[in-house]
Design a protein around this ligand. Structure first.
Ligand SMILES: [Zn+2]
Length: 285
């Protein structure tokens, strides 16, 4: 089915590649990661636990591996996309489903109130879930949930409630995956999404802040790459999936409120934007 394949998807601006990060737990070291993200033009998502916070503000320089206070979370993360990560950071696989629902709802309600925005993303605490968890998330208004199962690839998920990321920053394949991600594409170009995940406190405990700075230096500030938060990218893909096609697939209608870019030939660069409510007619596909 044409509308369920991502073959013709192009990210905003007509770009065939997107890069995003997903970092967990809301610790002091996130602030240094945010600085690097700003410096290199990287965008991504921070996954927070509403009920696992420090009671009082922490000294970030002294205790970078500690959880921030709610006041600090509300202050420091305003410029960044937020997702829920389980109000109490539980193993959903081992919880009664009703308890998981309660945890999801409390986290979403708490963080939405704290930030004054709608939050529709999730990252599984401890990477733990079972089949019922996916339904609990869906019924709680969550549109994607990031797992800890690295794919080593750049394919967009069919089911965003089991969003397997490309890799963890400790993955020994990281450098070669970046090579592949950034390599020129030649023929029948599918969109590529690089989703990197981890915990910023690991850069402290492993003593390797230079690793993530090198990654951002290589991948950041590129004309051919789109940088966005995970929920933003998933929302865009879901809008793409709502495109309506004529029988011969030459007439395409965008019924959404989102401008949507699609590829118009086999190369990476040729694309058009279909405005909200617009119908375009393609000469040949
Ligand atoms: Zn966590």
């Amino acid at each position: 089915m044409f509308e369920t394949t991502y073959r013709f998807l192009r990210f905003p601006g007509g770009k065939a590649r997107a890069f995003t990060t997903s970092y967990d737990d809301g610790v002091g070291a996130d602030l240094r990661l945010m600085e690097l993200m700003r410096q290199y033009g990287i965008r991504g998502t921070f996954n927070l636990n509403y009920h696992v916070v420090s009671d009082e503000d922490i000294d970030v320089a002294e205790k970078p591996t500690y959880r921030l206070s709610r006041r600090q979370l509300a202050t420091y993360y305003q410029d960044f996309e937020i997702a829920i990560h389980g109000a109490t950071h539980p193993f959903y696989r081992d919880l009664p489903t009703a308890s998981a629902v309660y945890d999801i709802v409390r986290d979403r309600e708490g963080l939405e109130g704290m930030f004054g925005r709608i939050i529709r993303g999730h990252a599984f605490a401890n990477g733990s879930y079972k089949r019922e968890t996916l339904e609990a998330l869906r019924l709680s208004g969550i549109i994607y949930a990031r797992t800890v199962g690295s794919t080593g690839g750049f394919v967009l998920p069919e089911d965003f409630l089991e969003f397997h990321p490309t890799c963890h920053h400790r993955d020994p394949r990281l450098s070669s995956l970046l090579d592949t991600f950034l390599a020129p594409a030649r023929y029948a170009v599918y969109p590529r999404l690089f989703s990197l995940w981890g915990h910023a406190y690991e850069f402290e405990t492993d003593g390797n802040w230079s690793l993530i700075e090198e990654v951002f230096k290589r991948v950041g500030g590129r004309e051919e790459v789109y940088y966005g938060g995970m929920e933003e990218i998933v929302s865009y893909c879901l809008a793409y999936r709502q495109l309506v096609f004529s029988m011969d697939s030459k007439r395409i209608h965008n019924p959404t409120a989102t401008p949507i870019w699609i590829a118009t030939d086999r190369t990476e660069t040729e694309s058009i934007c279909i405005a909200p409510g617009e119908t375009v007619v393609m000469d040949e596909r």
